[in-house]
Design a protein around this ligand. Structure first.
Ligand code: FES
Ligand code: FE2
Length: 383
């Protein structure tokens, strides 16, 4: 009986979501509040979205040399990504084949992977090469034991993993985004921030917050909003969504202090020297790519009101080379980005509390929130 009640309520939420998603932007609303509160919806999202899709875990620039590694989780699955001796990037389960201890933590460099519990040791291809005191164990053969490999793909310097062996390759899914992205050569941008945090909000509220510039002059009035009037000529409202991503472009004034091409950048031409592209790659990789820098978020749900966030930033090599005092400038950039993050945390955690109220209800979207509507349509398709 209880099962029927739950099913009905999920169906009610999905019906409301899909009715809304079918509407054009001019009539569309934000997602129904239960989309941010329902455990059953979260379970559906984990199965149909996060176990199915590609998750960005970082950039190849984060692990440039043999032995460099980084770790993360896809939902509850601990993963490690390492640069193998052949120079390729490969991903493995980050759990020991002995008694399942986590092998590596954070980011670093190693010659081999040594379990911190009993020192079972793996090479950078995941093969077990050492296991102390296993000589009296029957039928134990190191050669038979290796870390399960996880499917990975590199796209313009981004490292994507998937738990779905049948997922369409990233480069195929994002074929329509490639022409916009490739001109920036962002795979060469040098990483200056890589930070993991947990915020108290539903993952979709953070994703949606990234997608719209409507909040910039208000929520970010002390930082990015200060030089970001919502001029119709700057935010484009003609950018198109695709079933695998949505994006918007943003054109800066030539004199803007950041977001424009450095004079020694000779590959970007015309309007692209002052244009940023802000894609949301479904489900949960978002980046702001400017001619001189990028920053990004890759996010996943931990609970209905908890999101795991990997946040990174990088700058174009010609910008880095020309900084007169790199330490001071990079320190300033990091501090600025952290402030912007705090401003976003305030609104997304505030909205999470808002969606808990029975009297809460979602309202109509502005033309500046087109991508929020694209995201609603994506979620409605997937669930
Ligand atoms: S759990 Fe890794 S060596 Fe025992
Ligand atoms: Fe923001």
């Amino acid at each position: 009986m209880e099962h029927t009640v739950i099913t009905n309520s999920v169906n009610d939420i999905l019906t409301e979501l899909k009715t809304n998603a079918a509407k054009p932007l001019g009539q569309a609303k934000a997602m129904p509040r239960k989309m941010y509160q329902s455990e059953s919806i979260l379970e559906l999202e984990k199965e149909k979205i996060f176990k199915d899709g590609w998750i960005c875990v970082g950039r190849t620039q984060d692990i440039p040399n043999v032995g460099d590694y980084l770790t993360w989780k896809i939902l509850d699955e601990p993963v490690l990504v390492a640069r193998r001796p052949d120079g390729e990037v490969a991903a493995y389960s980050n759990t020991c084949r002995h008694r399942m201890m986590l092998l590596l933590e954070g980011k670093g460099t190693c010659k081999r992977i040594v379990c911190p519990y009993h020192a079972w040791t793996y090479d950078l291809s995941g093969q077990l090469i050492g296991a102390p005191y296993m000589n009296k164990t029957d039928d134990f053969n190191k050669k038979d034991i290796s870390l399960p490999e996880i499917r990975s793909e590199i796209w313009h310097g981004w490292i994507y993993l998937t738990l779905n062996p049948n997922a369409r390759p990233v480069h195929e899914k994002l074929a329509n985004l490639t022409p916009l992205i490739e001109r920036y050569n962002c795979e060469n941008y040098v990483g200056i921030v890589l930070k993991d945090t947990v915020w108290n909000c539903n993952w979709k509220l953070l994703a949606e917050n990234f997608m719209e510039g409507y909040h910039l002059p208000v929520a970010h009035k002390a930082t990015v909003g200060a030089f970001c009037p919502l001029d119709e000529t700057e935010f484009s409202d003609v950018d198109e969504a695709d079933e695998n991503f949505t994006y918007q472009t943003y054109t800066k004034d030539k004199e803007a202090p950041v977001g424009t091409a450095h004079p020694s950048n000779t590959s970007l031409e015309g309007k692209w020297r002052i244009t940023s592209v802000l894609p949301t790659i479904f489900p949960s990789h978002m980046f702001s790519l400017a001619p001189d820098h990028l920053w990004y978020l890759s996010i996943q749900p931990i609970g209905v009101d908890k999101v795991r966030i990997r946040h990174g930033a990088a700058i174009a090599p010609e910008v880095l080379e020309n900084l007169s005092d790199p330490d001071a400038s990079l320190g300033e950039i990091r501090e600025f980005l952290a402030k912007v993050q705090e401003e976003d945390r305030f609104v997304v955690e505030g909205m999470q509390q808002g969606t808990a109220g029975d009297l809460s209800g979602s309202g109509q979207l502005s033309w500046l929130e087109r991508e929020v509507n694209d995201f609603t349509k994506y979620i409605a398709r997937k669930l």
